[in-house]
Write a protein that binds this ligand. Structure first.
Ligand SMILES: [Zn+2]
Length: 237
């Protein structure tokens, strides 16, 4: 950053340095913590007509750029680094109003960025809902007797973006039926059989799956029937 700043530093730029030892202003004999070099010698900020400026430390590039642009009069504050043997930029002196304006602009930018993020979040949420509604419709098409709220629940559970459970095909228009069937079977296993209790009681997962397999198949067969012919549906547990 120092290199980039130094390249932009033009000959006409007013340079201010911190006073490192006692010194007297060539014009008024006064002192101060900052001084600028003039043809006559060191000048205090009052004599150099810089005393009304505010110091903005380096670190926020956008704020610095905007403040300098908005400030009719500005100066750069540098300090000589003995270690690096070169002057290093500490910040700038700018008009208070310019600093206020620059800060307001940067805040407005930050607000705009926050609003844009919020819009993107909400748009993603809407896409998720549409995606889940399509998935629920597809589940009902494959399992006409599946209760509507169960289809929606399965879609909500598996269709959340980034869940990685069931995505769209590469074409982006259809669901992978195999993956949908697995999602529906998983829901039946957890909700309509004793699978979870088996797991909780210490039964191995493969053994638990084997024990409930027939029950899962029975419910899926039931759901595959046309809705009108389906037997009364089991209440959700
Ligand atoms: Zn002076």
């Amino acid at each position: 950053m120092a290199d980039g700043s130094r390249k932009r530093q033009s000959k006409s730029e007013i340079v201010v340095v911190p006073a490192l030892k006692d010194w007297s202003c060539a014009e008024c004999g006064g002192g101060g913590s900052l001084l600028t070099m003039d043809d006559q010698g060191p000048l205090c900020l009052s004599c150099a007509d810089l005393a009304h400026l505010a110091f903005l430390p380096s670190g926020d590039a956008a704020l610095t750029r905007r403040a300098r642009k908005a400030s009719g009069l500005s100066a750069v504050v540098v300090r000589f680094s003995r270690a690096r043997k070169r002057y290093e930029r500490q910040g700038i002196l700018v008009e208070e109003e310019a600093l206020d304006q620059a800060e307001a602009e940067c805040l407005a930018d930050a607000d705009a960025r926050a609003r844009r993020r919020e819009r993107e979040r909400s748009r993603r949420g809407e896409q998720d809902l549409a995606f889940q509604a399509e998935m629920a419709a597809e589940i009902v098409r494959l399992y006409p007797a599946c209760p509507r709220d169960r289809a929606e629940e399965i879609a909500r559970h598996t269709g959340a973006r980034g869940s990685g459970r069931v995505g769209r095909s590469a074409a982006g228009r259809t669901f992978d039926p195999g993956a949908l069937e697995l999602a529906v079977a998983a829901s039946v296993r957890h909700r309509d059989t004793g699978y979870d209790e088996l797991l909780m009681s210490g039964v191995e997962r493969a053994e638990a799956r084997r024990l409930v397999r027939d029950e899962v198949e029975r419910v899926l067969d039931e759901w595959r029937r046309p809705a009108a012919e389906g037997r009364p549906q089991r209440p959700n547990s």
